[in-house]
Structure formats: structure tokens, C-alpha cells
Design a protein around this ligand. Structure first.
Ligand code: AMP
Length: 270
């Protein structure tokens, strides 16, 4: 991978990179298209990163379809796919991890304490192996983008980070590989995430700024869905991810909800 990209860069070309865990959908493909459009050479990684799954989480069951992924990437004009085996990135005895203190403990970090350490470690490793000029991430994982954006200058990495908008199905559900776990009824129940965020958006447009009242309204809307169990609903600033008393323009409303035990996330920027 390194040799390939070195060759490309020595020809003066700009290299774009899209890290994914595969089982690709239109959300991933929007990042791929952004890269193909704005760079000369696009690399996509497919790697279900064991370091970001807790022992009780779905690492083994995470949906995978390598052939279909490769077919999709081929038809998007991707130049190279990097799909290492877990042992190649984490050989026996691996000991080195990257942490972004504070930020990694908030929002999703409360229920997934080792998650962002796993994400940052693999993203840094992939950046070192691929050596891209630009890397593309999705706003769907808002906290992840914020943490990566923080890590890059703090570790003096020479890569530009682009964050692309959330891609949703027609009914508003944010696309996610984990939506594959849902049957019809569960998928319908999962619409409560987007619905509650849109309801909050309407309240904000109407002048409501009190974070506690907005969160209360969002929680009430989600709790009306019997299959849903809230992990968190928070309104935070996008630098330190700290809770706001009063919501401001540019703040993040983020939530995580279990639908019959499957944890999904969504967010909006005010
Ligand atoms: P994943 O395969 O879940 O690790 O996601 C790989 C990249 O795709 C991450 O940067 C995600 O934020 C992004 N992504 C996933 N779902 C969406 C979506 N619905 N819209 C935009 N980007 C997404």
C-alpha cells in the first residue's frame, strides 16, 4: 500500500482516503464520491477494527460482504482498496494506542469507554500506511470527526480532514451498516431518532434555546416508542463536547438509542 501511494505521489498526484468498516452503503459512497471528485487517486480501506469493539459488542457478527463492497468501489472509480487482516495491524503483543483525553470520554465514550482509543489508533495507523493528502469522514459519526480533527494537528499529521453530510434514507433514517440488523418493525421504530431531532429543530426555529427543555422533549418523543431505550441525548459545543445550558447556533445535538438492543446514533448541528 505504502509503495503504491509513494509512486502515485511522486507523480505529483493528490491522494484521497476513505476509511470504512465495509458493508458499504450510500453514506460511505458519498465520501468515496467526494474523494474521487476532489483528488487524483482514491484509496478506500475496509477493516473491521477489533480495537474499537468491547468484548460484549458485535465484532464477530458485524455485517461483511467483501465481494459486493469491491464491486461498488470499482464502479465508483476507486483506485485502490486496502483491506488488511486484523493480525496485520495488530500482531500478537500490540501495546501502542492513541487517546484523545476528555473528548473520548464524552457522549458515546460513556457507554463505549475504549471505542475512540480504538478508532484513533486505527485511523493513525491507516494514515501512516496510506499517507493521504485528504481523508474523508461522515458527520453521521459527529464525535469521531471532532476527535480526529483534534488528533491530526496535535500529532502533527500532514493530512486535511473533510467531513461530509449525513446521508439518510427517504424516510429520514441515517444510513448505517448496523441497520442490516433490523426487521421491518424495528426499522420503523428506529425512525424515532431522526423524528425527535427534527422536532427539536422546529422548536429551536420557534425560539426555544433552553437545553434541558429541548432534551426533555427529545427524550419524551423517543420514549413513546416502546422498542427504543435511550443511551444518551445531549446538546454540546463542538470543540470540547461539553453540555450547554443554552443551545447556540453551531452546537451539536447528539443521541444514541438502542432499538431492541441494537445501538444506533444520530445528530444534527443547530
Ligand atoms: P463505518 O464503516 O461505519 O466505520 O463508517 C465509515 C465512514 O462512513 C465514517 O466516516 C462514517 O462517519 C461514514 N458514514 C457512515 N454512515 C454514514 C452516513 N449515513 N452518512 C454519511 N457518512 C456516513
Amino acid at each position: 500500500m505504502r509503495d503504491r501511494v509513494r509512486g502515485v505521489k511522486s507523480g505529483g498526484k493528490c491522494v484521497g482516503f476513505v476509511p470504512t468498516m465495509g458493508f458499504l452503503h450510500e453514506g460511505h459512497l458519498s465520501l468515496v464520491r467526494a474523494s474521487v471528485r476532489s483528488t487524483d487517486y482514491t484509496v478506500v480501506s475496509i477493516f473491521v477494527n477489533p480495537a474499537q469493539f468491547a468484548p460484549h459488542e458485535d465484532f464477530k457478527d458485524y455485517p461483511r460482504d467483501r465481494e459486493r463492497d469491491l464491486e461498488l468501489l470499482r464502479s465508483e472509480g476507486v483506485h485502490a482498496v486496502f483491506a488488511p487482516l486484523p493480525d496485520a495491524l495488530y500482531p500478537e503483543g500490540h501495546r501502542t494506542y492513541v487517546e484523545v483525553h476528555g473528548l473520548q470520554d464524552r457522549l458515546c465514550g460513556k457507554t463505549r469507554p475504549a471505542f475512540f482509543r480504538g478508532v484513533c489508533t486505527v485511523v493513525l495507523k491507516l494514515f501512516h500506511i496510506v499517507g493521504p493528502d485528504v481523508a474523508f469522514f461522515g458527520q453521521k459519526d459527529a464525535q469521531q470527526s471532532i476527535i480526529i480533527r483534534r488528533m491530526v494537528p496535535e500529532l502533527d499529521l500532514d493530512v486535511r480532514i473533510e467531513v461530509c453530510p449525513i446521508v439518510r434514507d427517504d424516510d429520514g433514517l441515517a444510513l448505517s451498516s448496523r441497520n442490516a440488523y433490523f426487521d421491518g418493525a424495528q426499522r420503523k421504530a428506529a425512525l424515532c431518532l431522526h423524528r425527535s431531532l427534527e422536532m427539536a429543530r422546529v422548536k429551536i426555529t420557534g425560539g426555544e434555546r433552553d437545553a434541558a427543555r429541548l432534551i426533555h422533549a427529545i427524550r419524551g418523543d423517543i420514549q413513546a416508542e416502546p422498542r427504543a431505550k435511550i443511551d444518551y441525548v445531549e446538546i454540546v459545543d463542538t470543540k470540547e463536547l461539553l453540555p450547554r445550558d443554552t443551545a447556540r447556533e453551531g452546537d451539536l445535538i447528539a443521541l444514541a438509542v438502542y432499538i431492541d438492543g441494537v445501538r444506533i446514533i444520530d445528530n444534527i448541528i443547530i
